[in-house]
Design a protein around this ligand. Sequence first.
Ligand SMILES: NC(=O)c1ccc[n+]([C@@H]2O[C@H](COP(=O)([O-])OP(=O)(O)OC[C@H]3O[C@@H](n4cnc5c(N)ncnc54)[C@H](O)[C@@H]3O)[C@@H](O)[C@H]2O)c1
Length: 333
Amino acid sequence: MNIFITGIAGFLGSNLAYHLYNKNHTISGNDNFIGGYKDNLNDQFNFYKIDCCDYNSMNKALKNTDVLIHCAATAYEGLSVFSPSFVTKNIFEASVATFSAAISNNVKKIIFCSSMARYGSQNFPFTEDMAPKPQDPYGIAKVASEKMLENLSEIHNFDWTILVPHNIVGPRQKYDDPYRNVLSIFLNRMLLNKPAIIYGDGSQKRCFSYVDDCITCIEETIQNNNSSKQVINIGPDEEFISIKELADKCANLTNFNGNHVYYDDRPQEVKFASCSSSKARKILNYKTKFSLDESIQLTYEYIKKRGPKEFDYHIDLEINNEKTPQTWNMKII
Ligand SMILES: NC(=O)c1ccc[n+]([C@@H]2O[C@H](COP(=O)([O-])OP(=O)(O)OC[C@H]3O[C@@H](n4cnc5c(N)ncnc54)[C@H](O)[C@@H]3O)[C@@H](O)[C@H]2O)c1
């Protein structure tokens, strides 16, 4: 199959590209390098350095595509409260232009990577039958993109699946980004001999998904007719852990002895968030293969091998006021 992956230099996009290439698919993709790493790419992929918001270029690049997997996004939930224009443009506008270009090229199936942010702070674990209640610009832009996809399919007759990953970890993730990816930030900081920085008291809880456990769900979605026009949470729902406990695990693994450092809560951060994987088990034959400890270990090995890096404040804060985390406006991370 000819598969096009947007955001192919990113964490999920690149891991997916390698996996599907090894299953004999022809892989093309684009990226604008807002996030991701250039060396996540490989000559085996047909790469286009174009922005998803650029409809004309996307229209040319998507020729002969069978399946589009739309991974590109500014995946910055916390930052979206302070840079809403930048974050939502690269989610909503980017999605609409990409969907439009795909439809004009008669792409048969569009798989959209949404986010657990679509659920907001409803009772957990979140199930797909809950009405979306996003509580930050990132989640709002994801839900608006979902609605646009569903609406366009009613008119233009193509197949789609909305997949909902949460807290993915593993190799090829950007670990020098101060705005996101808590596990990678903790490990990178400890390898730099710096303590974990925790927002609030660290009692907020999450489940973490090893990237391969998400990729197998995406691969299954490509051909599984039962996934047609469905919203499906992907990744594990086991091992719900607090951020403080996660920092403790990282300290043990890296032999870091210092105390964690605590800052104010981040505005709009959801306290307890986990997604039920029951629907993925039923429809996509999902089974968790990587435990939390294995996921942390494999992420650690990747960062250690590549070498720890100082953090790069590569995105401007649009709103800098008393609510903006000091860790960002004073570049503390
Ligand atoms: N990583 C997670 O824990 C997680 C959780 C839930 C949902 N998701 C979603 O999964 C997808 C992949 O996330 P990721 O963790 O790999 O993020 P990532 O930042 O590593 O990858 C996204 C890629 O998209 C590119 N990109 C952004 N805007 C673009 C644009 N306008 N045009 C072209 N390229 C653009 C970035 O440069 C980056 O390489 C995203 O849609 C994200 O919202 C990720």
